[in-house]
Design a protein around this ligand. Structure first.
Ligand SMILES: Nc1ncnc2c1ncn2[C@@H]1O[C@H](COP(=O)(O)OP(=O)(O)O)[C@@H](O)[C@H]1O
Ligand SMILES: [Mg+2]
Length: 363
């Protein structure tokens, strides 16, 4: 019998999206084909400790999104460079076995921004999703937008501001109009994002965004439908159909995403899109994915205006995998159920790793 591949699923982490990651990981671990894979759950605590779990024990209160927590097995492990995936016990220094492929189910900084991808590269193991560069540019909304613009892809006009730099409300309003959106450059799940409607919001909302990042974006507000497309692949990525976030809130805020059950509905497929527009959305998604050096997977979020203009809002290089998440649902709708999707993602990770391994390292 063929040996089972050992898949290290990493989840939790130091970002503000820790809990969302736990919900995503539960789904990924449940859906991985246990006939093919030995699943090794590794939870990352909010302090950054790596805790080795087992498939039967890696989360507490896993059925309650409000109380879900990492299970602390007390087995703290580390991945070291050139280890080919072997996990070392932090205290005893003994080896805990190894992983063949890593699946980072982590959202936000430290997990989705290239930092952990750098560690996987140094450790010498294949990993699911974008590499160091694609992860980093996908996370930094300022750099992401510059690359989109260079590729000729429409995106909301913006001003990037570093902490300490001065910008008046009047000047921003003159360039971007009202309302405007303010957001940390590197984050997700709408944490730190606000809609500025008048001068009285200005200072407060800028200060809030600066709590999370030393660089923030102030953007013109795009009025339109929020449409999302799942992209899958390395060099020849394919696009799913289109899903829609139908909002019952001012914008897709953290509450509308995760707290308020009536805040938004996910519609798959999105209704009332002509063939032409569908095609344009899917093509734009793939174009953005390529321009942003993405690999493996990515969810491209767009706006469609009344004038049928397509704007790319952002890419998520590790999209959510929760029960209600768009990425796995879009593929399920396209005929790729989650278990199959995970197979494809693991194979894409191995393919890329093998290709990179073949590259000449010396002159
Ligand atoms: N320029 C914009 N115009 C209109 N709505 C926006 C704009 N920027 C953000 N939003 C709203 O805020 C939500 C979250 O913003 P987004 O940039 O996607 O951040 P995150 O990475 O946290 O999801 C969007 O889904 C949308 O509802
Ligand atoms: Mg978003």
């Amino acid at each position: 019998m063929k040996k089972k591949l050992k898949i290290g699923v990493l989840f939790g982490g130091k970002s503000a999206e820790h809990e969302i990651s736990l919900l995503s990981a539960r789904n990924v671990i449940n859906a991985l084909d246990k006939k093919k894979y030995e699943v090794i759950p590794i939870g990352i605590s909010k302090e950054g400790k790596w805790i080795l779990g087992s498939v039967s024990n890696y989360l507490l209160n896993s059925d309650n999104p409000k109380l879900i927590k990492l299970y602390d097995s007390k087995k703290e492990v580390a991945l070291t460079i050139q280890s080919s995936g072997s996990l070392t016990d932090v205290k005893s220094k003994k080896k805990h076995g190894n992983v063949d492929v890593v699946f980072p189910v982590l959202h936000g900084p430290y997990g989705e921004d290239g930092s952990i991808q750098g560690l996987f590269k140094l450790a010498g193991i294949p990993f699911v999703g974008a590499g160091v560069l694609g992860s980093a540019v996908g996370m930094d909304k300022d750099v992401m937008k510059r690359l989109l613009t260079e590729a000729g892809i429409k995106n909301a006009k913006c001003i990037a501001l570093k902490n300490g730099e001065k910008l008046t409300f009047e000047k921003a309003k003159k360039t971007l109009g009202l309302p405007m959106f303010v957001k940390p450059a590197n984050l997700g799940s709408s944490v730190g994002i606000n809609k500025i409607k008048s001068k009285k919001d200005w200072k407060k909302f800028l200060a809030e965004a600066f709590l999370y990042d030393s660089k923030i974006l102030i953007e013109e507000a795009i009025v339109g439908r929020e449409l999302e497309c799942a992209v899958l692949g390395n060099d020849e990525p394919i696009a799913s159909g289109i899903g829609e976030v139908v909002l019952n809130a001012e914008f897709y805020s953290y509450d509308a995403k995760y707290i308020d059950e009536d805040g938004a509905i996910i519609e798959i497929p999105a209704k009332n899109l002509s063939k032409n527009i569908l095609q344009k959305l899917r093509e734009t998604a793939v174009k953005a994915y390529k321009a942003l050096e993405c690999a493996g997977m990515g969810r491209v979020d767009m706006f469609l205006t009344k004038r049928r203009e397509v704007y790319v809002n952002e890419i998520n290089t590790i999209p959510g995998f929760t029960n209600i998440s768009m990425y796995p649902k879009l593929w399920a709708q396209a005929g790729i159920p989650q278990t199959k999707l995970l197979d494809i993602l693991i194979n894409l990770a191995i393919d890329r790793f093998e290709k990179e391994k073949k590259l000449r390292k010396e002159k």
